[in-house]
Structures are given as C-alpha cells and as structure tokens.
Design a protein around this ligand. Structure first.
Ligand code: TYD
Ligand code: MG
Length: 462
C-alpha cells in the first residue's frame, strides 16, 4: 500500500511548522508566511538532531561526564590578514566554526568572502569557494579585479549539498564558503528549493560535516528589507556567528557587524570601503566621515557616536526651510530615527519657544552612516537650531548628550572613549551633560550644560 506523503505548513520567517494553513504564524506573528512543504525524511531529521546534540556523524553517543574531565581543546584560530574581519570574529577564524554572513544583494558579500578565501588559500590547504549564484567565469573575473588569482583557491559551481560535502571531504580545505545558502538544496529534504526546510536541511548537512572535520564554514545569505536573513532566521540559531554586512548603495562605506558570536564579542564593527579593486579596510573612519565637512556652514555639527565599542565621529546636518503654509510641515531624517527628530522638534517648540511648526526640517548624517543611540540627540537638535538661526556652530566643538522631554541633558556612556577620539581629530571643546566634567581627556574642554537652553547658549546659536 502506498503511504500518503505527509505535508506541513512552514513559516518562512521563523521556520516553525503547523499541521494546518493559517493566515498568521502563531509563533512569530508574521502574516502570510506559511507555505506548504513535505515533511522531511527521517534521515535528514536525524542529521539535524545529531547536529544539535553536538555528536559527530553516526558516532556513539557518550553519557554525562564531569566537566573537569573534558579535554581542554586549544582553540585554534587562523588570521585572515584582513584586520577588520579578524577583529569582528574575535581574533581570527576558529577551526570548525560556522559563520553566517547576511546582507542586501549587491552590498559586497561575495566580494568580501572571495577576499577571505584568497587570504586563506595556501599551499597544502587550499580554500574552497562554492558558488551557486554566479558562474565560475564570473567568479574568476571578480578575483581578477581583486588582484590575485591563486592556484590554491578552488572554485566549485554546485548547489547540491551532498555533492558539495563529498568535495569538502576529498579536498579538506582551509575554509569553505557557500555563496549563497539560499541556492543550496539537499536530496534528503523533500521541500521546494529556496524554502525554509530546504535551507535548514542543506545548512544542517554542511554544518554537521564541517564541524566533524574541523573546517570553518561561511554561509552567505541574502537579507530582506526588514533586515532579517530572508527566510532562514532558523539559521541564526544553528551557526556560531552571525555577521551583517550593511551600507548604502549610494555610498562606498560598508559596515560589518557581529550580531551573534560564540567566539567573541558582538560589539565590534568593521568598516570597509568598496573600491575598484574590492573592499579596502578603513582604519581611521572618523577622518573619512569628516573629510567633506563644509567650513563655517550653519546646520552642521559633529557628534562622537559609538559603534559597538568603537568611537566614530560623524557629521549631522540639518536644514530648516519655511514650508510656505501649505499643509503639514515635512520632517525627514536620514541616518537618524525619524520619531526621535520629531520629539526633538517638540522639545524645541515647548521648552525654547522656537516656532518650528511651519518649517520643513531635514536631518541627515553625512556618509550614509546610521546613528541610533540617543547620545546624538543634542547634536541633532543643535544642528536644527543652527540652520534655523542661520548661525554656524564652532568647527572645533563636538556636541553629545541625550535630550529628555523636560529639555534636560542626560549623560552618555563611554564619554572618555568618545572624547579621546574627538581630541585625536583636533576637536577642543565638548558640549555635554555636566555630570562627567572630570572625565575629559587631554586637549578637550568639557562645557557642562543642564538643559537645552544652556546648550544653545554655550554653542552661541540662540
Ligand atoms: P557583490 O560582492 O557581488 O555583492 P553581493 O554578493 O552582496 O550581492 O558586490 C557587488 C557590487 O560591488 C557591485 O555593484 C560591484 C561592486 N564592486 C566594486 O565596486 N568593486 C569591486 O572590486 C568589486 C569586485 C565589486
Ligand atoms: Mg553575491
């Protein structure tokens, strides 16, 4: 008697499965994400189970043992030589680690991974770049642009993970890059290519294998507009490290951010610049972000922001213009939170008495960077007032502080680190909350201000 093929409905966002179709996933609350899929075969389920148990492929399962009798494995790491990349990983690539690199299409994931593969390619241990998206010729072309076509970098145009696995076992590479996980498919999974089950099963197969033979694995994944890796959010739980590559299509800067790292901190970011010959590391980002700053223009101010543990000086620009009394005034924020800007405008209206309701307000961070911390509040507010009044803020002054609803200025974290970076770039004055006056590094004078009114006076713009 033929057995009936079992089906299930799998949420393409969170990967949870249900016996019946529903309009809304009851696990993650997303609408219209349930897709019919065949239930995975017993074989691939076992593989996935083994993975999460940490067991090898078909090994004997050990019982519990005292922790102090567990062998101390020296964590072996290998540097890629790309400092920004090594730092994000926590100091090089750990043997047998699995890393997911997410990012929007065209941001530079393939370029970065090819550069990593080139660095990891050496005599005796080649690196393996598996491309399911581009032809080998395209990859060759790209490698040519990057300046090095190594004989130790092996390329494979394959999407079926069982075959990829066989090659990995045969070659024993120094690292494997799968570009991208969304194109991979597994024989054992009965679901359609590109579906969550297919991605999960394919990843599980390769992760199990690479962990077993201690080969580092990099999975490239595309990201949807909302900022999650398309479909396989489940992947985030299966891998050791999740990196996001972000940036603006119209700017050359790219920021690599760790959102999960079992082998290091998640606070680190790496900054790259896309150029004619691939991604170049940016060692002194503040200088780069400030180099095009206009001199003596109103509406421009510098804030020492913090990206992870790294201080980053960015220029906030504001422009206010009367809207001519037609409809509601426009408020547009680029690189800053729009709601935060609206709140700052309200504070200006209420606490200072500035007439902003008939003004269109545009606030922008130069260079395509995003600053989402409240430490940039006072700078954004000062830039708006500076533009409104048509009075420039002193070039050598940085402004930082969170603005409360009562118009009070609150202190920011890691002030010393931020100000040290400002001092390094030649700034001499910082306008901020008064509570941390004693923490100024050499070369910087802190002007403590209790509220917005005091701040605007100190900046001589109101
Ligand atoms: P790519 O790595 O293909 O992005 P992803 O894999 O994330 O989709 O990067 C593509 C973009 O990078 C493309 O617009 C061309 C640009 N690029 C350069 O500007 N310089 C270079 O040296 C390379 C290789 C790409
Ligand atoms: Mg690509």
């Amino acid at each position: 008697m033929a057995t009936k093929q079992k089906i299930q409905f799998v949420c393409q966002e969170c990967g949870d499965s249900f016996p019946r179709w529903e309009g809304k996933c009851s696990s993650c609350g997303q609408w219209n994400t349930l897709v019919e899929e065949k239930v995975a075969s017993e074989k691939s389920k076992t593989a996935t189970k083994n993975l999460f148990r940490g067991g090898g492929v078909g090994g004997v399962r050990p019982g519990p043992i005292p922790l102090n009798q567990v062998d101390v494995l020296a964590e072996t790491r290998r540097m890629t030589g790309i400092d920004e990349f090594d730092r994000i990983l926590g100091g090089g690539i750990v043997a047998g680690s699995v890393t997911l690199i997410g990012g929007e299409p065209g941001i530079g994931k393939s370029t970065l991974m090819l550069q990593v593969a080139l660095q990891m390619a050496g005599a005796g241990s080649p690196s393996l770049y598996v491309s399911g998206e581009e032809s080998l010729e395209q990859t060759r072309l790209r490698a040519g642009r990057l300046g090095a076509v190594s004989e130790h970098l092996l390329c494979l145009g394959e999407t079926q993970v069982e075959t990829i696995g066989e090659h990995i076992q045969a070659v024993r590479p120094s690292c494997v890059i799968l570009d991208s996980i969304q194109t991979a498919w597994s024989e054992e999974s009965g679901s359609a290519p590109g579906s969550v089950s297919q991605i999960r099963d394919s990843a599980a197969h390769l992760i199990t294998l690479c962990k077993h033979i201690h080969v580092p694995l990099f999975l490239v994944g595309h990201v949807t507009k909302s900022g999650v890796v398309a479909g396989p959010r489940v992947l985030e739980h299966m891998v050791d490290t999740v990196l996001y590559f972000e940036g603006d299509q119209h700017h050359n800067f790219r920021i690599l951010r760790a959102v999960k790292n079992r082998f290091g901190s998640t606070n680190e970011i790496g900054i790259f610049e896309m150029g004619g010959s691939g991604l170049a590391e940016v060692k002194n980002p503040s200088e780069l972000f400030l180099q095009e700053r206009p001199e003596g223009a109103s509406g421009s101010v510098v804030v020492p922001a913090l990206e992870g543990t790294r201080p980053l000086l960015v220029e906030i620009q504001a422009l206010t213009a009367p809207n001519g009394g037609f409809g509601a005034a426009r408020r547009s924020a680029n690189g800053l939170d729009q709601r935060r800007v609206a709140l700052l405008i309200a504070v200006l209206e209420k606490r200072i008495g500035l007439r902003m309701f008939d003004q269109d307000v545009y606030v922008n961070i130069a260079g395509g960077v995003k600053v989402e911390e409240p430490a940039a509040d006072l700078a954004a507010l000062s830039a708006m007032v500076s533009s409104f009044q048509g009075v420039a803020i002193d070039q050598k002054t940085v402004v930082l502080g969170e603005v409360g609803l009562a118009g009070e200025i609150r202190s920011v974290s890691h002030l010393d680190k931020r100000l040290a970076e400002a001092a390094r770039l030649g700034f001499t004055r910082a306008v901020t909350a008064p509570w941390q006056k004693n923490r100024a590094p050499a070369g910087i004078k802190i002007i403590g201000v209790k509220n917005v009114g005091d701040a605007l006076k100190a900046l001589e713009i109101y």
